[in-house]
Design a protein around this ligand. Structure first.
Ligand code: MN
Ligand code: MN
Length: 329
């Protein structure tokens, strides 16, 4: 929404050279500033992810887990960039707890915990898969291996399709299957999916090269060989985002939309995050209305096509010419 992003700052560099030197200095200070903020967001995201990884989540409800992890983000001086995703088993992504969600983690479950942290709109996106059953260890490890291989080759000017190729190659080498219609993505200020996709498979045709100092999330999703390797939208939708601020001339709904905008801007949110200020029933009905009016967008859960187990690993990177900065390492 008219905010300065890292991409814009760097693309505007040419402008600076035609300008007076003082402007160049200002610009460089700004670049450094943004970079430092990304490093800070990344460190917090990494710390919170590792906190989530080492917990024994068995017997806990999904709302306890989400609230706990989000509290950790706040305690570290940042804010969640989206509701913590706690996607179980064949749900690959986009499940977050409902208020008082009663679903309990079992010791046979595979739980993907996807954490987004933002500092002043600059986002770090990272995920870990936890499982307590050794039969899924290869799946979990393979997602991590594919991510490592991808990061090892990612530089400015690396082709996104080559990253997809190494991810797919690594996953099949370990006897698993990539989810072909889930991908990594570019990030910009207050924007999680900023338009560019980093595929998890080898694709023919149009691709692009990573750009120096742009920000990307790489996130392989892995299922078993007998999976379909494709996700479909499920019925459950518990993550929302503002799509339009156009008023609908319903005072309550317009006030609610304004409240959401002030609180979340373009970032996704969950019902859990608004029930302190709005009664749950009322919030649900206002959300429903605003979805019908296309002011809000709802993100459905994404489910593996053959209902096979899915594992995920994710880091946020800033490619350089000769290496890559993994801000969520
Ligand atoms: Mn993520
Ligand atoms: Mn992501």
């Amino acid at each position: 929404m008219g905010q300065l992003t890292l991409t814009h700052i760097f693309h505007n560099q040419n402008l600076a050279y035609t300008s007076i030197s003082l402007n160049i200095f200002n610009l460089e200070f700004q670049e450094l500033d943004v970079y430092e903020i990304y490093i800070k967001a990344g460190k917090i995201a990494s710390k919170v992810r590792e906190y989530a990884r080492i917990q024994d989540h068995t017997g806990k409800t999904l709302s306890e887990i989400c609230n706990d992890i989000e509290q950790e983000i706040f305690k570290n001086g940042a804010e969640p960039a989206f509701p913590v995703n706690v996607s179980l088993n064949d749900i690959a992504a986009h499940y977050t707890a409902e208020p008082n969600d009663p679903i309990t983690v079992k010791n046979t479950d595979v739980l993907k915990i996807d954490v987004g942290v933002h500092v002043d709109g600059y986002i770090a996106d990272t995920a870990v898969t936890v499982s307590y059953d050794s039969k899924y260890q290869n799946l979990v490890d393979t997602a991590e291996r594919a991510l490592d291989e991808a990061i090892n080759m990612a530089r400015s000017n690396t082709r996104a399709s080559d990253i997809g190729r190494i991810i797919e190659k690594t996953i099949t080498k370990y006897g698993c299957k990539p989810i072909q219609n889930l991908s990594g993505h570019s990030l910009e200020r207050y924007t999680i999916h900023a338009g560019k996709s980093i595929p998890n498979i080898w694709t023919i045709g149009h691709s692009f090269n990573l750009s120096v100092n742009n920000v990307y999330a790489i996130e392989p999703f892995v299922t078993t060989k007998d999976g379909q390797g494709v996700v479909y939208e499920g019925k459950v939708k518990n993550i929302f985002g503002i799509a339009s601020r156009k008023r609908i001339k319903d005072q309550k709904a317009d006030d609610f939309l304004e409240y959401l905008w002030n609180k979340f801007k373009t970032l996704p949110f969950a019902l859990r995050w608004i029930v302190n200020e709005y009664e749950e029933k009322e919030a649900v009905s206002l959300i429903g209305l605003l979805i019908r009016k296309k002011n809000l967008h709802a993100y459905p859960i994404l489910v593996e096509g053959a209902n096979r187990i899915v594992a995920q690993a994710e880091h946020t990177i800033i490619p350089q010419e000769s290496d890559t900065i993994t801000i969520t390492k």
